[in-house]
Design a protein around this ligand. Structure first.
Ligand SMILES: Nc1ncnc2c1ncn2[C@@H]1O[C@H](COP(=O)(O)OP(=O)(O)OP(=O)(O)O)[C@@H](O)[C@H]1O
Ligand SMILES: [Mg+2]
Length: 353
């Protein structure tokens, strides 16, 4: 299989910020997020509730403009598109699938008419639209459900029709925000299989937001968002494994950061390595997971030491001597050369305690 990470960049998010303001309170939904998705890549996006996943989807879909940063999809800078170009982008270039069936489908229209609706809005009607809609119903394995209204379809079938609706105008990018959030695991697998097929057969670039811990098994790469910023990335690598005989997983799956997990196929013929790596941004920033910070007693200062094999980060010692954040900053500044003004400021700060 082609290494899709090496494919050319199709989506580029550069230092994205999104600030929402509600009643004078600002919420930073995205805080300097960098993300690159290759053309034809299938990427999973995970993260805690409120971490900014849907906001990112809305930005990529041209539904929300970022407060700062750049977003480029297939060479088009979304911030520079005119209102008309943006409308075309939303209608034709990108397809959306949401978690809630009610948001994806019009309840009083049949599955077929639901698929035809975005085509009509984009000016495609008549026989051509009908033919394309039927083709899509076949593609999602539901040719026998064309005349069913959403309420007459199961949850999994509704999501497959929703995918067909999203594909109606042949978008280059498919964004799915928790498409399996309301489905059981078997039905979820069918939806993932469909998305995988669309990716492999049609070369569609797909981003799937999920809370599903098994998402890594369905995609090539999973990126984790924490507090509006990319925190880590899990890459799956499949290799032949003739000696393995049963499905196993290494101990410590929950603590997979910066380590490798292996899953062996049922027939023992292959094994998948899931390698989770912490993302280092262009300014050299990385996020230390909360679990590690708590276990190791990290507060808001750490010590860093270059060792033979890498960098050792440990809780700062003697924090009690420099309890104020401002003091730490100023002490650093005046450490080398005594500066009268800085020393005076430090003395004033100390006096304030
Ligand atoms: N339209 C909005 N107005 C104000 N705040 C918003 C808006 N949309 C999102 N937020 C805030 O931005 C943050 C990120 O929200 P977002 O919906 O992107 O999270 P999420 O990762 O998709 O969460 P979930 O997993 O629960 O869907 C949250 O704190 C949320 O309250
Ligand atoms: Mg969300």
């Amino acid at each position: 299989m082609q290494n899709k990470q090496e494919a050319s960049a199709f989506v580029i998010c550069d230092d994205l910020y999104k600030i929402f303001k509600v009643a004078d309170i600002e919420v930073m939904a995205l805080q300097g997020l960098d993300l690159t998705v290759g053309r034809g890549e299938l990427v999973g996006i995970v993260g805690a509730s409120g971490s900014g996943k849907t906001t990112l989807m809305n930005v990529l879909g041209g539904l929300t403009m970022p407060s700062a940063g750049q977003v480029i999809v297939d060479g088009a800078n979304l911030l520079k598109l005119s209102t008309r170009e943006l409308t075309t982008y939303r209608q034709v270039e990108v397809g959306f699938v949401w978690q809630q069936g009610s948001r994806n489908l019009i309840p009083y229209l049949s599955a077929l008419d639901n698929i035809k609706l975005p085509m009509t809005l984009a000016g495609r009607t008549g026989r051509e639209a009908d033919g394309r809609a039927r083709e899509l119903m076949e593609k999602v394995d539901l040719p026998h459900r064309c005349d069913h209204r959403p309420i007459q379809l199961s949850g999994g079938e509704q999501q497959r029709v929703a995918i067909a609706v999203a594909l109606a105008n042949e978008p280059k990018l498919l964004l799915a925000d928790e498409p399996t959030g309301e489905l059981d695991s078997t039905t979820s697998d069918q939806v993932y299989d469909l998305l995988k097929r669309l990716n492999e057969e049609d070369g569609l670039t797909i981003c799937i937001v999920s809370h599903d811990p098994t998402i890594a098994q369905h995609v090539q790469r999973v990126v984790q968002i924490r507090d509006g910023k990319l925190a880590s990335e899990t890459v799956r690598r499949r290799a032949p494994h003739p000696l393995a005989s049963s499905p196993t997983r290494k101990e410590g799956e929950e603590r997979a950061l910066a380590s490798t997990i292996t899953t062996v196929g049922d027939d023992g013929s292959w094994e998948d390595h899931f390698e989770e790596l912490i993302v280092l941004d262009s300014a050299g920033r990385l996020q230390i997971p909360k679990q590690y910070r708590e276990e190791l007693g990290f507060q808001n200062r750490v010590e860093m030491e270059v060792t033979e094999g890498g960098i050792l980060i440990r809780p700062a010692q003697n924090l009690e001597q420099t309890s104020s954040q401002a003091e730490i900053q100023i002490e650093r500044e005046i450490r080398g050369e005594e500066n009268e003004a800085s020393a005076g400021l430090l003395a004033r700060l100390k006096g304030r305690k």
